[in-house]
Ligand binder design. Structure first.
Ligand code: SF4
Length: 119
């Protein structure tokens, strides 16, 4: 099934995917063994990047998203990730994490498939 996403939105998703792959390699972290988690988080980050101009962490509730973006703490990669390699979204997992998989890459086709299955 094809989606009605604009080219711009798909580009954002692809740029978040590229960021996550490079960042996982750089930090020695891995995507979740349940790759649908990775796909959903990337989609959430891309949505925030399109809406707010910044990939605010998608796994938290905010009273005021614009203010949070300015605060920068939860802009991905957030401070806990940068300082302690702690990602509560399970996007970046250290190898000893019980949910860590073996991958540092993910296919766009798969991300789109997960997105379509959630509609
Ligand atoms: S917890 Fe931090 S590193 Fe993980 S997705 Fe959210 S902002 Fe990014």
């Amino acid at each position: 099934m094809t989606t009605a996403k604009t080219g711009n939105q798909n580009q954002t998703l692809e740029s978040m995917k590229n960021f996550a792959e490079q960042y996982a390699q750089r930090t020695g972290t891995y995507f979740c063994s349940d790759t649908s988690v990775t796909a959903v988080v990337l989609e959430g980050l891309a949505k925030h990047k399109d809406q707010l101009g910044c990939p605010l962490c998608p796994c938290r509730h905010y009273e005021d998203k614009e203010a949070e973006v300015k605060n920068t703490f939860w802009n991905c990669p957030c401070v806990p990730m940068r300082e302690r390699r702690e990602c509560h979204c399970l996007l970046f997992l250290t190898p000893d994490h019980p949910f860590a998989g073996k991958e540092q890459s993910i296919e766009m086709d798969y991300i789109n498939q997960v997105r379509d299955s959630m509609k």
